[in-house]
Structures are given as C-alpha cells and as structure tokens.
Ligand binder design. Structure first.
Ligand SMILES: Cc1ncc(COP(=O)(O)O)c(C=O)c1O
Length: 391
C-alpha cells in the first residue's frame, strides 16, 4: 500500500505566488534575475539557442509571459509596453475590410485607438452591449471577424457572460477577445470559459502599485499564439525586463490585494447607496445591479471598482477638490484609492457625442478602491460630499 499523501491541487493564492519562475538553477534565487542583455551570444548561429535578441525574446519577460499564460489557462503569453500596445497587437491580427463588435461601455483609450488608427486602416467597429445577445445578433455583418468584450465594462460595470458569448460567437465563426483588466486572472479566466484571446492592462491591478505601465495578451490556441508572436516581434512594442519584473512581483500578491480591495469596494458601494447626494451606484456586487446574477455565477469577486452618479453635476468640482485621502486622476487598481471623473479621466478620450450616448455626464465618478482601511476612505468621501453640499 502506498501511504504517501496525495498531492493536493494548489489553491489560487499559492498558484499566483509560485507560477512563472522555478528557482534560478545557477544561484538558488527565488525571484527571477532581471536580464537587461539585448544580445545573447550564439555558439552555433545555424542552430540558435532560445534567445538571440531581446525584442524577439527575453528571459525576464518570458517569466512574466509564462506566468500569465499559465494563470489564465492559455498556451502562450506576450507582454507589451502598455495595455493599449497589447490591444493594438491583438487588433493587428485583423485586416482591412474586417469588422469587429466591441463593448460599447469600454475604456476611452480603446475607442480612441479605433477612431484614430484602425478606422484609417480599414478595420470597422460597431459598439454593442456585449452582454445583450440581441444587440450582438443585430450588429453582425458578413465581414464580422471578432468580438472584443471588456469585462466588467467601464465605467458602468456591465457584466458579460463569457461562456455564453463564446458559444454564440463561435457559432458565427468569430474570434472572442476579452479585455480582462477589471476582473484580473485572479477573478475570472475567460480562456477557460471559451474565449480565444485575453488582454490585460497590467498597469492596473496586475502590477498593482501605480508604478509601471504594461500590457499582456494570452492566446488559448497555438495558431493564434504564433500570429501574435509574429506581430509582437515585428512591431516591437515589448515590455522592458525591469517592468516585466515589476509586474511579476505584483502578480504574487494579486489574489490577496484583489480580495481586500473588493471587500472595501463592497462596503463603499453599500454606503454610497444610502447617500442623498448620490442618485445611482454601479457595482456588480449590489443585488440591484443588472449584471449581479451573472457576476455572482461567473466571477470569484466583484472587484475594486465602484462607479456612482452625483445628484448635481455642478457640484462635482467641489466634491472632487474636497477629497483629501482619496487621490484624483486616471488609472485604477493601485494600493491607493483613486477617484476618476469619468468625463475627464477614463473617458476623456471620447468625443462629447460619444460620451453623451453613453450617458457619461460630469456627475459620473469612478472609484478604484485601494488597500486603505475602508472606514478612512468612506470618511474622506463623506466629508467631501458634505463640503460640496451633497449630503
Ligand atoms: C480595461 C482597460 N483596458 C486597457 C487599458 C489600456 O491600458 P494602458 O493604460 O496600460 O495602456 C485600460 C486603461 O485604462 C483599461 O482600463
């Protein structure tokens, strides 16, 4: 009888700590060395080793790429200099004449990318609510090639059922790309639900300390991975080894930070509901949110982002200027709580008309809840509401 204990499958937090890098065989180091070398010597250039030139491959970047690929359940990952560089590489998989369906309520930078760059190159886009199958079906054209779903959406946090989307899309021969920045690989793994490619702005929760700009794309299938690699190598928007190291370090604590920040966000969302100066609160953890049931069934956490609408847009500047602990600006997913004025920050890249149809008025505030004590965050927001005459 073999009485050796059965090997348990590692839990989520364990996998995030131990993935991507096995101890350095040369030194025993438990974190990866940062390889800044651009050129890697070839003993026999006719039979090249794995690395030859850093744009084409770098061991530190590979440690991050392998880690995210493994955590997302894909076959290969690619790290870029920003989330938008990762998105650009993915969109470059398509050609002039192709048409894509994209989440209407997506980050401003994605919409600017299509408006300023890809529309000129002949790639057409229709914005739809990717959580609404009827809208998807109505928007379909003979030249539609893919759906790009941002989940949760931004800033109103609509929730797309990725498994249902993938089933529908594959039935129409479409590629499914999911921007998983908001939920992170600790909250949901779209590739395991049927998506083909997942994209991240690693600048946000993944790196997690507001000190690095980075992006990652992961493909589920080797054929798409090969094409993405070709684009990464050809266009060269790669992540530096130092920044790759920073993101890898952030990954180790991601489940812990996500869990803590999500609990703070949940407290803030419930508290905001009670405030007379707030007319709407958008948070998938609230039972009244339209995406609550899907989120409850498909993600591990409701996430750190809470959006709300102030009752009086004219008082928004006073509210924002009165915040003291909460930072004000673009970006999210750091250790500090940040308030973004949606019309100026996360959706400042939209035209006034694009904001109007999406109902992004000056009263819309998006909070990224950090790791401070939730009581302190709430006290700061309460004081600012009061000073702005919104309490
Ligand atoms: C969902 C989402 N995807 C992509 C990006 C772009 O990322 P980056 O700022 O790293 O280029 C952002 C930026 O806010 C984002 O929110």
């Amino acid at each position: 009888m073999n009485d050796r204990p059965e090997r348990r499958e590692a839990g989520l937090a364990t996998r995030f700590v131990h993935t991507g890098f096995e101890r350095d065989p040369a030194t025993g180091a438990v974190t990866p060395p940062v390889y800044r070398a651009v050129t890697f010597h070839q003993d026999d250039p006719w039979h090249p080793d794995r690395y030859d030139y850093s744009r084409s491959g770098n061991p530190t970047r590979a440690a991050l790429e392998n880690a995210v690929a493994e955590l997302e359940g894909g076959c290969r990952g690619f790290a870029f200099a920003s989330g938008n560089a990762a998105l650009t590489a993915v969109i470059l998989l398509f050609s002039a004449g192709d048409h894509l369906l994209v989440t209407r309520d997506c980050q401003g930078g994605t919409q600017r990318l299509f408006r300023m760059v890809f529309s000129r190159l002949g790639i057409d886009v229709t914005y739809v609510d990717t959580h609404d199958p009827d809208q998807l079906t109505r928007a379909l054209r003979p030249n539609t090639r893919a759906v790009l779903a941002e989940n949760f959406s931004n800033p109103f946090l609509f929730v797309t059922d990725i498994a249902a989307l993938a089933e529908w899309a594959h039935g129409h021969d479409l590629l499914v790309v999911v921007d998983n920045t908001f939920i992170t690989p600790a909250g949901q793994n779209p590739l395991r639900l049927g998506a083909d490619i997942v994209v991240h702005s690693a600048t946000k929760m993944m790196a997690g300390h507001s000190d690095v700009t980075a992006g990652v794309a992961v493909a589920r299938d080797p054929a798409w991975a090969e094409r993405l690699y070709g684009i990464q190598n050809a266009t060269g928007g790669i992540l530096s080894p130092d920044d790759a190291y920073q993101v890898l370090r952030g990954l180790h604590t991601l489940p812990v930070r996500l869990d803590r920040a999500s609990r703070g966000a949940d407290r803030l969302a419930h508290w905001l509901l009670e405030q007379p100066g707030v007319t709407a609160v958008y948070y998938p953890g609230l039972p009244q949110h339209p995406g609550h049931a899907v989120a409850r069934d498909t993600v591990r956490t409701f996430g750190p982002i809470v959006t709300c609408r102030l009752s009086d847009p004219d008082r928004a500047p006073d509210f924002v200027r009165a915040l003291q602990l909460v930072e004000v600006g673009a970006g999210f997913g750091g250790t500090e709580t940040v308030c973004s004025v949606a019309a100026l920050h996360c959706h400042g890249a939209l035209t006034p008309d694009e904001r109007r149809v999406r109902d992004i008025t000056p009263a819309v505030m998006r909070f990224s809840v950090g790791l401070e004590d939730p009581d302190d965050i709430i006290a700061d927001i309460a004081a600012a509401l009061e000073r702005a005459g919104l309490s």
